[in-house]
Design a protein around this ligand. Structure first.
Ligand SMILES: Cc1ncc(COP(=O)(O)O)c(C=O)c1O
Length: 308
């Protein structure tokens, strides 16, 4: 019988079909969102920017004073086992991997006892297939009324299991007929999209909100920036106020699964809509191409580290 790709998950070493995987109700990730995670995709089975994802996970752990009981090698080995259990290698299927570390299980008590043993959960799916229209034309975006968590309340660099701020943002954007949200902070500056970073072309330059506005240090954005720099195209940090948005001429988002995805329109707070070129303007298309070449080089250099 020919093999079929099946999404599989691993909870503390126990691998099952994803639909059957579960965590105990007293897990702090479930009770309090007391968890951190990373998501990467593969190309030819090679986990993209694996090292950077680990560094960011460890930074998230530091920011919430979580000591990860399991080591990098142990989790890597478990990721490999889980990917193997999906038959992705035999089927040459690229995968999406989400690995979550929860603070573990303990009494119902907000204070996280430092003695708790962290739990890992690894979910392996097929890479998401975004609508081709999102690349051919672009996503419609809207500014939601909800504001991004202030950095001194819940630092967006904690890539954690509490995404309610982003859930509210994307829900409001969908209610406005958009596909994605571009979230402002309390001072009216752009931060990021609900689960991707955002860049604009403004005054002929590629710009992106700096960290102080309140956004996650995206690994794809960093790679795109390095890719562009190698071609002499600067991606500059710049505070972008809501009132600057009508002057932006291109817009795109970046993330591990979307890569470089154009935005076709942005609905502002007051209902006005800024239109962008279909399929990304000239600069967006260049960024996408530079990123693709950079990513392919990364995969070539790391070909020995395939999860297939
Ligand atoms: C809030 C948020 N911002 C930005 C990103 C993009 O980060 P990356 O490029 O590392 O996927 C993500 C990705 O999950 C995210 O959740």
């Amino acid at each position: 019988m020919s093999k079929e790709f099946k999404s599989m998950s691993n909870v503390d070493g126990r691998i099952t079909p994803t639909a059957e995987a579960c965590v105990p109700v007293l897990d702090r990730g479930f009770l309090y969102g007391d968890s951190i995670y990373e998501v990467f995709r593969t190309y030819s089975g090679v986990p993209l920017f694996y090292q950077q994802h680990w560094e960011r996970l460890e930074n998230s752990a530091r920011l919430i004073q979580m000591h990860i009981t399991q080591g990098r090698d142990e989790i890597t080995e478990q990721i490999r086992r889980t990917v193997h259990s999906t038959s992705a290698g035999e089927l040459s299927k690229e995968v999406y991997v989400r690995y979550v570390i929860t603070r573990g299980e303990g009494p119902v008590d907000l204070y996280p006892n430092p003695e708790l043993k962290t739990r890992y959960v690894i979910i392996v799916n097929a890479v998401p297939q975004w609508s081709p229209e999102f690349y051919r034309v672009g996503m419609k975006a809207a500014v939601p009324t909800v504001r991004r968590n202030p950095t001194d309340a819940l630092d967006p660099n904690i890539k954690g299991g509490n995404y309610l701020n982003n859930v509210i943002a994307i829900t409001q954007a969908r209610e406005l007929g958009a596909d994605e949200s571009i979230i402002l902070n309390r001072d009216g500056y752009v931060t990021e999209a609900s689960n991707s970073n955002v860049c604009f072309v403004l005054d002929g330059e590629v710009v992106t909100p700096g960290g102080a506005s309140g956004n996650l240090r995206g690994i794809t954005k960093k790679a795109a920036r390095e890719a562009c720099a190698a071609h002499g195209l600067a991606v500059k940090d710049r505070d972008v106020h809501a009132t600057d948005l009508t002057k932006t001429t291109e817009c795109f988002v970046t993330s591990a699964t979307r890569e470089v995805m154009p935005i076709i329109s942005l609905r502002l707070d007051d209902g006005d809509v800024v239109e962008y070129p279909a399929g990304g303007g000239e600069i967006t298309r260049k960024v996408a191409q530079f990123y693709r070449e950079y990513m392919e080089e990364h995969v070539r250099q790391n070909a020995g580290f395939s999860l297939w």
